[in-house]
Every structure is written in C-alpha cells, then in structure tokens.
Design a protein. Sequence first.
Length: 296
Amino acid sequence: MYLFFAILLPILCILLLADYRRRKKIIQKVRSMCIQDKCLLLNGLLEPFGYYYIPSQDIFSSHHNAWQRNLGYCTFYDKAAPRLNMIFDCRPIYFNYQGKTWLLEFWKGQYGINTGGEIGLYYADRILEENELKTTLFQAVTDNDMLPLSLNLTKKGTTIASFNDRHWWLTTFRLGCFSHPEELALHVSVTFPNPEMAGAFVVGLFNAGYSTKDIRRYYNTISFSFLRSATPKGFFRKLRITMAQWSNLFWCNVYLRITKPFTLSVDRVLYLYYYLPLAFRRTLRIRKTKLYITLP
C-alpha cells in the first residue's frame, strides 16, 4: 500500500504541474489575441449553431438564417423546456391578419448557464380556431414578413442587454449569469408596416390579459413590458423547475470557476475551447428545439 502511494503521488504532482503549465500557455495565448481576432474566431465557432457574439454588450444573439428557423414553434417546446434546464416565463400573443393567425411570443429566464430573453415571430397558413392555437406548429415568418423588433432585458432594474433588429427571432443571452425568471423584466417594442396590423396585434394583447394602461402606441410601433407569466404551475412542475435551477446554478458556478482568469465571454469561451474541447462542445450542444449555451 505504501509503495502504491509512493508511486501515485509523484505521478499526480507531475500531472498537476503539466496541467498548470498548459493552462498558463492557453491563458497567454488568449490574452495575446486582439479583440477582432477573438471575435472572428468565436463567431466562426458559433455560426454552425446559429449564434454570434456582440462584443459591445458581451452577449450572444441569433442569426437571421439560424437553423432553428426551420423548426418553427409549437406549445410543446415550452412545456418540455424544464426537462432541458430551460426555466423561463413565456407569453404567446395570437392575432389574425391577412387571412393568417400570427404568433408573437416572448420569453425571459434562465437557459442552462445563460440569462436571456427572446422575441419570436411566427404564423400559420390560415386563420385558426381557438382550440387549434395550442396544437398547431407555427412556421417562422419569411424575410419579407420580418418586423423591426426591440428588446430591453433587465434584472432587478439593471439592464442586462438592449438590442434591436429586423428579425423573426430576436434573442439575447448573457453567458455565466444566473437569474430566476421573476427577477427579470423584458421590455418589448414592435413596429408594424401599417395601422391595421398594429391594431390586430393590440387586440391580441388585450386577449392575452393586457390592458390599455399596459400598452404604449406611437403610430405603428407598439411597446409593452413582460414581467411575469400568468401560466399556473402544478406541484411536480414546480419541483422540476426547482431542481433544474439548482443544476443551472451549480454549472454556472463551475463555468465561472474554470474560466476564472477572464471576465469577458469571448475570452472565457475561447479559453474553454482550447483547454477543455469536450466541455466546449457540450457548452454549445444543439437542442431539438433551440440551441442554448449550457453545461450538462
């Protein structure tokens, strides 16, 4: 037994020393790169997953041609989310316009080791009945039907991200940030091409429980805030959410611990890419519905 430990201890010391030197070289390598090269490399790694990095806010967002666009949206995605450690509040807004039922949905919450917010724009190929809304697979709108979207995500009054674009799925994710959905507020603005479509959307907001005092309208731009989901949660769903959030917090702390030499996401992710390639791939793993930066 003593001989075993006498052999094992030096081996462990050698491995730890080799790991220390390797980590030091990787840290130096990342620090020696200019910000332009870092962003170029990171965006090249992210592109197959449908995302890109915004250095001015240290956040991630989604491409117009992200592969998730082909998946569309249905209510099942939201119901299954806690099983994938995605804990968020969501609010779908349905409205009818030009012979179609449109859906504008927004989300805010914890996506694995990300705090994030989303706005998604979809439609069906016809006007749906009330009992079809929860079972229909909506398609993402085409380029011609994309709308100018704006979101401002705050946590306890402090802005996490503020972003706008003409899009079908406007997203923002802050990596390594942990939040409970109720701590977040998503302030949304949508600009419509004409008063008729804007008016139809306002009717959808009213049907979803918003009142006149909750909505601000300036010509064809509608602004409102999403503070809390009105969806009731049963005991077992609450338990699943609690367990998922424990896991999210744990892995968020692990991620921050491993990438401790750095503060910006671009540096942290590239460090992970060079130091732990397997963990990097799992950090960017693809979901069946959407991709979120997450750890196991």
